[in-house]
Design a protein around this ligand. Structure first.
Ligand code: GNR
Ligand code: NI
Length: 172
């Protein structure tokens, strides 16, 4: 397995709509392994293809508590089939926008259909942190970041901060 480099906002690849995965083959399974390793190393509760520059509709999540056994999930070509009317506000972060945390309101529960790592069609209901994370990751596949839910002024402040961070990183 390989830890891949995580792209930092702003990057044009984080703004693009990703392509469906035509077939869940060995290459996709290797990609999923790399994404899980990269997510655990970061560490984060989710990671989407475009965050490592892979413009495909795939993300991984693991929202298990630290004390619990790991719960790695791979979602390929995910689609929302139902959202609850009840909303939930969660302080979100993103590995592509390090050290920034802001409240985002989303449906409290969602159902998604997707292909698992074996290419098997599945449908699952997500709640709590799983619901927040799956919606945050699906947004990545559509070129959307959690800061897109904030005011224009907040978003541009965060973007400027990230531009500075990237310059510092390039120098180091
Ligand atoms: O690690 C992550 N934590 C998190 C916390 C609240 C809401 C969403 C997330 S996802 C984020 C990892 C990430 O950037 N995934 O795209
Ligand atoms: Ni993210």
């Amino acid at each position: 397995m390989t830890i891949r480099n995580i792209l930092i906002h702003p990057d044009p690849r984080l703004k693009k709509v990703c392509d469906p995965v035509p077939e869940v083959d060995a290459k996709i399974r290797k990609l999923a392994d790399d994404m899980l390793e990269t997510m655990y190393d970061a560490p984060g509760v989710g990671l989407a293809g475009p965050q490592i520059g892979v413009m495909k509709r795939i993300f991984v999540i693991d929202c298990a508590d630290k004390e619990e056994t790991p719960d790695p999930m791979v979602l390929i070509n995910p689609e929302i089939t139902w959202t609850s009317e009840e909303l939930n506000t969660y302080e979100e972060g993103c590995l592509s926008i390090p050290d920034i945390y802001e409240e985002v309101t989303r449906p409290e529960k969602v159902r998604m259909k997707f292909l698992d790592v074996h290419g098997k069609p599945r449908e699952e209901e997500f709640d709590a942190l799983y619901a927040t994370a799956t919606q945050h990751e699906l947004d990545h596949l559509n070129g959307k970041l959690f800061i897109d839910y904030l005011s224009k002024i907040k978003r541009s402040m965060i973007t400027n901060k990230m531009k500075k961070l990237k310059k510092e990183k390039a120098r180091a």
